[in-house]
Design a protein around this ligand. Sequence first.
Ligand code: NDP
Ligand code: 8X3
Length: 257
Amino acid sequence: MLKSKTVMITGASAGIGAACAHSFAREGARLILAARREERLSELAAELKAEHGTDCHLITLDVRDRLAVDAAIEGLPAEWSAIDVLINNAGLSRGLDKVQEGQFLDWDEMIDTNVKGLLWMSRAVLPGMVERDRGHVINIGSVAGRQVYPGGNVYCATKHAVGAITQGLRIDLLGTMVKASSVDPGLVETEFSEVRFRGDTDRAGQTYTNFPPLKAEDIAEAVLFCATRPPHVNVQDMLIMPQDQAAVYASHPRGVK
Ligand code: NDP
Ligand code: 8X3
């Protein structure tokens, strides 16, 4: 079903994005991989070529830069320009400050990446999908888009926005065969917490010691499931949690061996 389909993944240099690249490559897709860390993308593309013979087109891109996003999509070589699936995965959190103590630059970074970056990407790619009357935008939301936890304020707000944008997209795309989905993970062990705590690996590591977290591959397989339904089926949203995490503030402290 994905053989020779063109799939674009933002934030492909790590975590869930890189895992999606592996899953979609395994199924025969050709990949447009975007992120800021060029070297990581090159390493990933070399791995995918060796493992699956995957053709990759790499774009060094900061999704916060609207003009760069437009230029990247407009500048795609003809053989890469008809994107079948866009996975809006690039995202991050910064800190766990209370609003009354919040850092303006952290707020800017989360809102500009998680909300505006996702919108710039969608706005650039969707007209082509609508014109071709096929395509699929899959947004990586979060359980943080359904609940709010202490210190989560702005990050949770950005993920609530992702949920609203996906619902809005579904309505806007009615009458076309273009799909929109939101895949919302609970706790996944990636570089996410290292970024949130600005390289404090000890603190980041603590995030994943209470119970076995999800793996990036678990989410990649869910994204793949969404992307491989028949044309009349649109998985609108999907919440995937670790077995021991029932809600952002309700988990079972089983520990991790
Ligand atoms: P990682 O930190 O491992 O990966 C984040 C990816 O986003 C990196 O590839 C990074 O690439 C990219 N990225 C960040 N900012 C930008 C930017 N401005 N422009 C382009 N790319 C950017 O985290 P995850 O894999 O966990 O996160 C992926 C998504 O999953 C995020 O949207 C996150 O909110 C969401 N999520 C994560 C959960 C978790 O527990 N880990 C749970 C629920 C949702 P680079 O730095 O090279 O640009
Ligand atoms: C990331 C999951 O619960 O750490 O979206 O915010 S959480």
